[in-house]
Design a binder for this molecule. Structure first.
Ligand SMILES: Nc1ncnc2c1ncn2[C@@H]1O[C@H](COP(=O)(O)OP(=O)(O)OP(=O)(O)O)[C@@H](O)[C@H]1O
Ligand SMILES: [Mg+2]
Length: 303
């Protein structure tokens, strides 16, 4: 069964085509990644999905029910890109407010608040005002708010921006746990390694259009860059070793050697492994970041 069905969705803001004929489906129980450069249309799509914005054309169905404007379907929980919390209220105060807006009350609300605080590691700061929270704690509270009504579908718009590795790891563990209990997750991120690690299916969006869709395995088959050798120099003063016939790309201490074929690859690996100026050498296989850059280009986005 499909949890979300998006069909031919378009939305313009003046001249800008934020969404331009987007269609895809998110199956129930999927962990689905939505990737795209700045201004690709990801947040616009999320806003349409939770009824905050109406599309110009196209349709969205959530569990086969057509979406209505201004009505976030009860099955959906949203973690917005911009943190939506009241600074002057405590963590618990925010959860009480948002819980009541979702129709929760009494003991039920109390126990859900305790659970959400516990899941996001904020129990000890429940009574502190949000204005005293660090950026990472606010992100986690933003997530706790979305979890309160135990939604069947969780929309997360860049939930790990600015959080430290510990918080990030705990957010991943929490999301994996929710996923294993059947929650459908739609996850937006700019961190390709997060998408590789978490998402079972991925859509790549740019200029409002879908450029790639499928499992990681299916998408990696589309990468044109071959396997290459990556060396890490010991110091800036070391000049990178030139290898006959191999294209070399240097960035800081990192030097990539792009071979013409597999035999070049092994020769380069052997030579670099025995090189005293090199502290580490590895073979890099096609990855999501390469596909992302191949599909969306390397130019900067100003939007
Ligand atoms: N309310 C609005 N009014 C005018 N233009 C808008 C509005 N919302 C979005 N846009 C434009 O639509 C395009 C898509 O924006 P959107 O926020 O969906 O991108 P995004 O993929 O979420 O980007 P980011 O990764 O930077 O968050 C951009 O060109 C943006 O400037
Ligand atoms: Mg966005």
């Amino acid at each position: 069964m499909s949890a979300i069905n998006i069909s031919n969705l378009s939305k313009c803001f003046g001249e800008v085509h934020a969404l331009n004929g987007v269609s895809f489906e998110v199956a129930q129980g999927d962990f689905f990644g939505l990737l795209g450069p700045n201004g690709a249309g990801k947040t616009t799509l999320m806003r349409v999905l939770c009824g905050l914005l109406s599309a110009d054309t196209g349709e969205v169905a959530v569990f086969n029910r057509k979406l209505e404007r201004w009505k976030t379907p009860p099955e959906i929980g949203v973690v917005p890109q911009d943190i939506a919390l009241y600074d002057m209220l405590s963590a618990k105060g925010n959860l009480e407010l948002f819980g009541k807006l979702r129709g929760l009350s009494g003991r039920e609300l109390e126990s859900r608040i305790s659970r959400a605080l516990e899941l996001t590691g904020l129990s000890e700061r429940a009574s502190s005002k949000v204005k005293t929270f660090s950026g990472g704690m606010k992100r986690r509270l933003n997530l706790a708010v979305a979890l309160l009504h135990e939604p069947k579908i969780l929309l997360l718009d860049e939930p790990t921006v600015g959080v430290d590795p510990q918080s990030r790891a705990s957010i991943f563990t929490l999301l994996e746990e929710l996923h294993s209990r059947g929650t459908t997750i739609l996850y937006t991120t700019h961190y390709m390694e997060e998408a590789e690690r978490l998402c079972r299916n991925i859509a790549i969006l740019d200029h409002g259009k879908l450029l790639g869709l499928g499992s990681l395995e299916q998408l990696l088959k589309l990468v044109r860059t071959p396997r290459f050798v990556r060396a890490l120099l010991r110091s800036d003063s070391d000049e990178a070793l030139k290898l006959d016939g191999l294209e070399m790309r240097k960035q800081g201490l990192q030097v990539d050697y792009i071979p013409r074929g597999e035999s070049d690859l092994m020769t380069a690996l052997g030579k670099l492994a025995g090189e005293p100026r090199v502290q580490r050498v590895e073979i890099v296989s096609p990855n999501l970041e390469q596909l992302f850059l191949e599909l969306t280009g390397r130019e900067l986005r100003d939007q």
